[in-house]
Design a protein around this ligand. Structure first.
Ligand code: 8LH
Length: 481
């Protein structure tokens, strides 16, 4: 591979002063549009280099691969990669960090080279630390600037980052990309009391071109703005890019946000561990997300066998870093669910696509009387209904031996005020629509606007008390035996 692949090297090196021609659709024209077979040959060579690097620097990978009978010298094709290299899971990373604190024995650079420490929220169990070297931070900034360019953002644009600045990689990744793009970075953040009102006020004053956050927060922010007497359509936003949860690739939710703000919506985002997480991310012309395979090699796999599923089918993304030195992830199983395709794209990039984005987590699936449903499908269906008040909760419970689902749906303020008949009609409409969209009946409750708490981060809309119910039954059995 020669000059044909712009700034493609191992170890990764970037020209921080590089910009494409101002009128170029592509940041790296050749790298983004090259024939797939040529790119795959380059990816294979890179995978060989990275596996050898990880073998030399990370006892974690040596141990894993020894157990699986794999050695980097065995890697001769992309098929070898999926067949011979075992997946790693978040639990493996957690265990490695518990045994080798704080960064685990997959840290491949000297401790002194760690430049940023981020991590998982750790709400369930031990948090996992992400150690990012300075070189990797540059790689992240360059990759994100490239994808933000594809979404249409340009040097000089003001980009508001409206997500919490803590250990969460979402906000920092968007900020690093905005800085490298030569944009005016506006790291407003999120998460403190009263911040949404102030954010709306700032957006109204500053009129930024770009906005980053979660889809849930964008809707909440628009509601806040409207309540404060501001019109989000007058913020002047052009590009709103999202990550962290499903929404931006779901037509009804995307259209809702586009309508609220009169802006274009783009989806992006894999996992904090996989930063540059925009490596699955949208472009101006292509719906859903592209898999930017030369940044992170994505395989959409059968969740059991971890072999790639054919294009057009559902599977779980398995990710491999191609431009990270500090804690390279090699076949990290995401546990998410998506469908991948490999069609010619309107933007001309020759990457596989995730046209529906990421649907949810494999284990988010709710099974009621034999029917499977994902929470994002319920949200998508509700967003299609005029009158939907913007929030809902899904309660899963066990009645005897049967699982039941109850959905509590807000009605919009104007219809709510119109009284009981309108509420009853909406109830019937929600029940019929969800039945036809999901193929199963659920118990519906219609509630007043703003009944359910809003969030400035990722929404948690499922309340599942089946485990508590089973536990209660066990306790009762003990008492009566
Ligand atoms: C998504 C999406 C998406 C992430 N559509 N589900 O924000 C990007 C990174 C930094 C992030 O959210 O990382 P984190 O906190 O580790 O969460 C990763 C999970 O978030 C991922 O496994 C997905 O389940 C979800 N997610 N971006 C749908 N665009």
């Amino acid at each position: 591979m020669t000059a044909a692949m712009e700034q493609w090297s191992w170890p990764p090196r970037f020209d921080d002063g590089y910009f494409p021609q101002a009128d170029s659709r592509y940041w790296f024209p050749h790298r983004e549009t090259m024939p797939q077979a040529e790119r795959e040959a380059a990816i294979l060579a890179r995978l060989q280099a990275i596996c050898a690097y990880a073998w030399d620097h990370a006892p974690f990978y040596r141990r894993k691969w020894d157990e699986a009978g794999f050695h980097p010298s065995h890697l001769k094709s992309l098929e070898d990669f999926e067949e011979k290299v075992p997946v790693i899971r978040k639990a493996d990373l957690r265990a490695a960090q518990a045994a080798h604190p704080p960064f685990g024995d997959y840290l491949c650079v000297p401790d002194a080279e760690v430049f940023h420490v981020h991590g998982t929220s750790g709400t369930t169990g031990r948090p996992t630390a992400f150690a990012v070297s300075q070189g990797d931070w540059r790689a992240i900034a360059n990759a994100h600037a490239r994808i933000m360019w594809a979404m249409g953002m340009r040097p000089g644009d003001t980009i508001c980052v409206a997500a919490i600045f803590s250990l969460y990689m979402g906000s920092w990744g968007a900020l690093a990309g905005a800085e490298r793009l030569g944009a005016k970075a506006f790291p407003f953040g999120a998460g403190a009391a009263g911040m949404s009102s102030r954010c709306a006020q700032w957006l109204d004053i500053l009129k930024p071109a770009g906005f980053y956050g979660t889809p849930t927060y964008a809707i909440h922010l628009a509601e806040t703005a409207i309540r404060d007497g501001l019109d989000p359509r007058r913020f002047g936003l052009k590009y709103m890019f999202f990550s962290g949860e499903p929404g931006a690739s779901i037509p009804s939710i995307r259209e809702r946000i586009e309508d609220l703000y009169a802006a274009k919506v783009y989806d992006s985002g894999s996992m904090g561990e996989m930063t540059p997480w925009m490596h699955v991310g949208g472009s101006r012309e292509t719906p859903g997300m592209l898999c930017w395979q030369d940044i992170v090699y994505t395989e959409v796999c059968d969740p059991q066998t971890h072999r790639r599923v054919p294009y057009g089918q559902r599977g779980t993304p398995v990710y491999t870093h191609l431009e990270r030195m500090s804690q390279p992830m090699i076949r990290l199983e995401s546990g998410d669910l998506t469908v991948w395709t490999n069609d010619p794209t309107p933007c001309g990039r020759t990457y596989p696509q995730l046209p529906m984005g990421i649907i949810g987590r494999v284990d988010d699936m709710i099974t009621i009387r034999g029917e499977n449903v994902y929470p994002s499908e319920i949200e998508a269906a509700l967003c299609q209904l005029p009158g939907y008040g913007g929030e809902h909760r899904i309660f899963i419970t066990r009645e005897g031996t049967m699982d039941e689902m109850m959905i509590s749906v807000e009605l919009d303020p104007e219809r709510w005020e119109r009284g009981e008949d309108v509420r009853r009609a909406f109830h019937a409409q929600v029940a019929a629509h969800l039945h036809s969209m999901l193929g199963l009946r659920s118990v519906i409750e219609i509630v007043a606007p703003n009944t359910h708490p809003r969030t400035d981060f990722k929404a948690k809309r499922v309340i599942d008390d089946r485990a508590a119910f089973a536990e209660m039954l066990r306790r009762q059995e003990k008492v009566s035996s």
